[in-house]
Design a protein around this ligand. Structure first.
Ligand SMILES: [Zn+2]
Length: 167
């Protein structure tokens, strides 16, 4: 029973045991991002809760950055500071979409260098055009993200963890 611990910037940080994860929660050092609804566990004060699969530290923990993760929606949105890269709005993680800077229709790839966070309005306005064609300006040039290495792998949780760049 292990939990993937994500840094405040969404980079995978470590794989920790469930008791350690529950202690981090009890001390409000971390928040739960994903749970396994099929499994319950006993939290603080004997309350039963869904078993956490992925937790995020509330403040940044410094770790050695040595690994390139696969591109994924949560990581692109985290890299872009949960900010639309066209208008700069911050509607919240769930409201942001991924935009292909060079549209797929024009041969654009789903890569770190070609994906940015965009709000729904900007994404709809840009449609199948490049920023230049749409008269829009990118706030930053999209780049690859670096991640820290986590130690061990819990096979049952691996699919969910994969969305957070752990593989
Ligand atoms: Zn926008």
């Amino acid at each position: 029973m292990q939990v993937l611990l994500i840094n405040a910037n969404y980079a995978p940080l470590a794989v920790v045991t469930l008791p350690r994860a529950m202690r981090l929660l009890a001390r409000q050092k971390a928040e739960v991002l994903e749970t396994d609804a099929r499994a319950i566990t006993t939290g603080t004060e004997g309350v039963t809760v869904a078993r956490p699969l992925v937790m995020r530290m509330r403040s940044y923990v410094w770790a050695k950055l040595i690994r390139h993760p696969n591109v994924s929606r949560p990581l692109v949105i985290a890299r872009d500071g949960e900010t639309c890269q066209y208008c700069g709005c911050q509607p919240g993680r769930a409201q942001l979409t991924l935009d292909h800077v060079l549209p797929r229709a024009q041969g654009g790839e789903s890569s770190w260098e070609n994906l940015v966070a965009a709000c729904r309005a900007c994404n709809a306005h840009k449609a199948n055009r490049t920023p230049e064609q749409a008269g829009m300006v990118l706030r930053s040039q999209p780049r690859r993200m670096m991640l820290s290495v986590a130690s061990r792998i819990d096979l049952s949780a691996r699919e969910v963890w994969g969305q957070y760049g752990y593989h």
